[in-house]
Ligand binder design. Sequence first.
Ligand SMILES: [Zn+2]
Ligand SMILES: [Zn+2]
Length: 286
Amino acid sequence: MCARPRSVRRFAKGPVKTNYHQHTTWCDGHDDAETMIRAAIDRGFDEIGFSSHARLPDVVEGNLTPDSAPAYAAEIRALAAKYADRLSVRLGVEADYIPGDTTPEKVRYAHLGLDYLIGSIHWVVAPDGAHVPVDWSPERLVEGVKAHFGGDYETYVRTYFVQEREMVARFDFDVLGHPDLVRKFNGRLAYFDETAAWYQDELRLTAEAIAASGKIVEINTGAIARGWMDDVYPSAAFRALLRARGVRFLLGSDAHAAAGIDCAFERYGDEAGRLDKLPLPNLVSI
Ligand SMILES: [Zn+2]
Ligand SMILES: [Zn+2]
């Protein structure tokens, strides 16, 4: 689990502390946006961004809806104005890629006037068209791979990365969320070997696709806060492949509660190639 950080206001090398990946009661988070902002001020953040789950225009439980999304955007902008003298608050969305269903494209979100868009994969589409949940629970993952991939975890993992390579190549989002989320339950289930040649091949191919896309990759500490593994996404091996290809990183906590907003930031804040801030203007426009 995440230790309460020492009262670190700044990273050792970086002049600013930022986090662009966090959830609130607007989607599946536990705390409201103002509570998150106050916690961020207490923890010495200079700039934060909100990234509610969304698959607009679809209505999906735990996600923004066409009706709630404008209200979310208005609240975040109002709070940004209210706290402007304390820290900078940005407006974003974490959008899913589910082939045949939803895409992380700015055109879907342009009416919200976002500052940035995170593209993430939480569902792998199986050959029979079923959506297998990557990070819901170990039980649902086992059920899904058994029912829709014939229990073949290698094919499931490869399909995840094929989907990710498609996503970075095809869509105009800014930040790639948790690029190897398939590792989330691997510590618990040990369903694949991260040192296997086929897995290393997938990482290399995916690193090449990400580098070609110009996307920023987040170093996501969310699994540490929630106790699933004592490591970030992407793994050290994946980060090395990305870094060697010039990919830039942002540190993000994927916090779903105020207590986890800077979980393990002291361990990963000085990563080589990490940006302090999301480069702006990244304003979503069409
Ligand atoms: Zn996510
Ligand atoms: Zn998230």
